[in-house]
Write a protein that binds this ligand. Structure first.
Ligand SMILES: Nc1ncnc2c1ncn2[C@@H]1O[C@H](COP(=O)(O)OP(=O)(O)OP(=O)(O)O)[C@@H](O)[C@H]1O
Length: 870
């Protein structure tokens, strides 16, 4: 007999502690029934026999079955001669009666149909009930409560055997009790006879069918559960005793045979399928339990194993009685039964005594547990309070520290803010002062050489920081070069004015800034305009045209440009141009040449004539020295590549003299400039950006009016209009342009300055200007035909309102250009002119030439406007 497990207290089904129990295995017995009548009838031999009460032996020797073991050993093996009482006493009683000690127990009857399962289990239940009640009667010191429930699992449906209906019952998962059958009747037994009646009911309720092997075959799994709760009577009155509660299951399994062996009707086959499936799961569970408990145990794969899981899982004692027929005809099923039994006997259980504490005991237990927890909590709380106190102190210190830091930071911030404000104020003041100074400085080089002089606009120290300056049009940092020079013309051309000056060659390719050599002029980035302020000297005294770079590097000083050479010396001498150079990004300051010469078509025409007459690449006036060119004035470096050759032929001594004279002039002018702090606000008065914009519009309209009045070159107008769009830096050029045009107007219409004489001695007057303008329009006429295809011309005609059916449409268009003062018309005219000439000539060079930067040698020998040679 297995050892009796010790008691392990449980509180309301919950295990409070466990006492290590001695492990025990399933109690597995095999019962051989005698050959039944049918078996005897067919002379079936009883091949299985019990040996020594623990082994079952296959008696005959069959060569074909030699591979099978001849005997199997179990806890008990009962032969056919053994009655059910012996089977109960030796194979089930101790386990069954464990329930009286509070230990769960299960008694299984396993075997094929007609092997005697029901026969055996019925007897075991009867004996067990008898013994239980006998035990109860003998143990009057304890009060027992017996409850009985019965169910069958038929075709995987759970049915309550204590009630008449056939309603399937659901299985529920209870966290404490495991799987329970919902609404299963649990009868509290009044006495032993009451149980007997219920057992009779169960037997009557159980599904029974006829098979080929058993006319009264039990087709379901039957589970009869007897729950016994016992309490010692002595302690019951004190309500402090413990109660033992346990259940014992009497499980009469359905036949484990194959369906084919049943040979029953169709419903029997269906029953067989479910039976076999439940038994297969039971076998799997048993097999897994026999090996290890760590893996997955498929209790839930069938309702049989699911319901019995608490009893199969360990906390129960289990006895399995495998019944088998000794007949040879059932040898296979008998062997399967023996294999199942062999597997089952390997299963180890760990049954525990289930103790249910009384409410009073439970209360005491809970009180003790509560006191313990309170003590822990108090202790923990004390520690926590101590910790919290320290933490709070630390945090208070941190907060105070942070507050001090914040206060200091705020003070620093306020101080910094105050300093910043002071700095800002200082910057603003300094900025304003510098602006004023720069503005004044810009005018510092403007001088009036006589009372009737218009002005000289040699503007130096152009301050790009001047808020009036809008350099947003520049896409790169602006280089500010202070550059100024003052050109003074003498009556006689100075030797320095000749093109032999080597400085021309230096300047031909490079324009230098303070940062170094600037490569080729980037006209597209440049808005450099040489502006010439004309001093119309009524007294005809000798003017000086000098140049000076007082502050810039030598290269800047050497950067010389030719002042409009296409004037007769006597007329030229009346003009005192002063250059102002503005620098744009990455472009060295280049000094402005007077645009006066280019203002009129006369000047263009005169220069063209020079080219044509001399049939030389170098204009005549440059070859022989610019008539009336002031000393120190030199041709633009890239104007005539041939100039270098000419200069190389000159006397070196003369070059030295020229340079020395020029240097002296520079120094002289520089000294003069230092003494001149005056500002000519007439040229560039201080304005706000808004004021400048308004002024620009007014000036622009005035200039356009003057262009018309003076019949200024269309190309000049176009370039100027497109180039100067109202940037604040345009103010000087706008002003100069206005003054030049005003001067021309006075010359043309009033002749108060004696007119202008071109290089060839041709007098430039209003008539010549009109004539040249007409030639320019004629030139445009030709360019329209050359530049645009017929389709483009038609579009152009339509745009300009010229009927496509009219004659001389190109002439009409050429005559329309620059004929009104409407700003839209002006813009379209400017675009058209520049486009036409740009196609005809070199556009970029045209830009340079337009403002006198580049006196590139005119290659043409035709008499033309040669707008490049202004
Ligand atoms: N040990 C035995 N001694 C005498 N007769 C027995 C014994 N075991 C079984 N029998 C008889 O064999 C027949 C079949 O028995 P039982 O109904 O118990 O088999 P079973 O295994 O329950 O079959 P099923 O699974 O079909 O219900 C019964 O008539 C029974 O009286």
């Amino acid at each position: 007999m297995p050892q009796r497990p010790s008691v392990n207290p449980i509180v309301q089904g919950c295990e409070m502690g466990s006492e290590e129990m001695a492990q025990e295995r399933f109690l597995v017995s095999v019962r051989l029934r005698p050959l039944n009548g049918k078996e005897i009838e067919r002379n079936d031999s009883a091949d299985w026999d019990s040996v020594n009460g623990t082994s079952v032996v296959f008696k005959p020797y069959l060569p074909e079955r030699s591979l099978y073991p001849p005997s199997y050993t179990f806890d008990r093996v009962f032969g056919g001669e053994c009655d059910t009482m012996q089977v109960y006493d030796e194979g089930a009683k101790e386990v069954a009666l464990s329930v009286l000690d509070g230990i769960n127990a299960s008694i299984f009857a396993y075997g094929q149909t007609s092997s005697g399962k029901t026969y055996t289990m019925s007897g075991i239940i009867a004996y067990a009930v008898e013994d239980i009640y006998d035990y109860i009667r003998r143990h009057g010191e304890r009060e027992y409560v017996l409850k009985f429930s019965a169910m069958e699992i038929y075709n995987e449906a759970v049915r309550d055997l204590l009630i008449a209906d056939n309603i399937p019952l659901r299985l529920l998962d209870d966290p404490e009790r495991g799987t329970v059958v919902e609404k299963l009747t649990e009868e509290t037994l009044r006495d032993q006879w009451h149980l007997s009646d219920l057992l009779a009911i169960c037997a009557a309720q159980r599904q029974v069918g006829e098979t080929t092997l058993n006319e009264m075959s039990s087709r379901s799994h039957q589970i009869l559960r007897l729950t016994i709760q016992s309490t010692a009577r002595e302690f019951k009155s004190k309500q402090s005793s413990s109660t033992l509660v346990a259940s014992v299951n009497f499980v009469d399994l359905a036949g484990s045979e194959r369906a084919s062996q049943v040979s029953s009707a169709s419903n029997r086959l269906k029953e067989g399928c479910h039976i076999n499936r439940s038994l297969l799961t039971l076998g799997t569970v048993i097999r897994k339990l026999s090996k290890e408990r760590t893996g997955h145990i498929p209790f839930r794969d069938s309702k049989l194993t699911r319901i019995l899981q608490p009893f199969l899982g360990g906390n129960a004692r289990t006895a399995i009685i495998c019944t088998m027929s000794p007949a040879r005809s059932h040898i296979e099923q008998s062997r399967n039964t023996l294999l199942f039994a062999s597997c089952a006997k390997q299963v180890v259980t760990n049954a525990q005594v289930n103790v249910v504490m009384s409410d009073k005991a439970l209360m005491k237990h809970l009180q003790r547990e509560l006191a313990r927890l309170e003590n822990e909590l108090k202790h923990a709380g004390f520690n926590t309070c101590g910790d919290r106190s320290d933490v709070l102190k630390d945090r208070d210190a941190q907060i105070k520290k942070m507050e001090r830091e914040i206060k200091e930071l705020m003070q620093q911030r306020d101080l910094a803010q105050s300093r910043l404000n002071d700095l800002l104020q200082a910057v603003v003041e300094e900025h304003s002062r510098q602006w004023e100074e720069s503005t004044q400085s810009s005018y510092s080089h403007v001088r009036s050489n006589s009372d009737d002089a218009l002005s000289i606009s040699s503007l130096s120290s152009i301050d790009y920081q001047n808020p009036c300056c809008d350099y947003s049009s520049f896409n790169s940092p602006v280089q500010v070069n202070k550059f100024s020079y003052h050109e003074v013309w003498d009556d006689q051309p100075s030797p320095n004015t000749t093109i032999n000056n080597p400085a021309l060659n230096e300047l031909r390719l490079h324009r230098r800034s303070k940062e170094g050599i600037i490569e080729e002029d980037c006209e597209e980035h440049c808005k450099e305009v040489r502006c010439v302020e004309i001093h119309a000297l009524s007294d005809g005294r000798v003017d000086k045209f000098d140049q000076l770079n007082a502050e810039s590097e030598v290269t800047d000083k050497d950067t010389l440009e030719t002042f409009a050479p296409n004037f007769a010396a006597d007329e030229f001498s009346k003009l005192v141009p002063t250059k102002r150079v503005m620098e744009s990004r990455r472009l060295a300051l280049t000094k402005s040449n007077s645009c006066l010469a280019s203002l009129t078509n006369n000047s263009m025409f005169a220069l063209s004539q020079d080219v044509e007459q001399d049939n030389e690449t170098t204009p005549k006036f440059l070859q022989r020295g610019i008539s009336g060119m002031p000393k120190g004035v030199q041709c633009p470096p890239n104007a005539f590549s041939e100039v270098k050759d000419v200069s190389e032929d000159n006397d070196d001594k003369q070059l030295c003299v020229d340079r020395q004279n020029r240097q002296n002039q520079l120094e002289t002018i520089g000294n003069e400039e230092e003494e001149n702090d005056g500002v000519d606000e007439r040229l560039c008065p201080k304005r706000s950006p808004l004021e400048w914009q308004l002024e620009f519009q007014r000036k622009q309209e005035e200039i356009i009016e003057l262009w018309h009045t003076c019949h200024v070159s269309l190309l000049h107008r176009s370039r100027f209009f497109l180039l100067f769009k109202g940037d604040s830096t345009d103010a000087f050029y706008i002003e100069v342009e206005c003054r030049r045009l005003t001067l021309l107007k006075n010359i043309f219409y009033h002749g108060n300055v004696g007119g202008i004489v071109g290089e060839d001695g041709h007098r430039l007057n209003l008539t010549s200007s009109m004539r040249c303008l007409q030639r320019e329009r004629h030139r445009l006429l030709k360019l329209i035909g050359k530049t645009f295809d017929p389709h483009e011309r038609e579009s152009l005609y339509s745009k300009w309102g010229i009927s496509l059916n009219s004659k001389q449409r190109r002439m009409q268009l050429a005559q329309l250009v620059w004929t009104t003062k409407d700003i839209t018309h002006v813009r379209e005219s400017a675009l058209l002119v520049t486009k036409l000439i740009g196609f005809e000539e070199q556009g970029e060079e045209a830009m340079k030439e337009m403002f006198g930067l580049n006196f590139t040698v005119q290659q043409t020998h035709k008499r033309s406007f040669s707008w490049m040679l202004w």
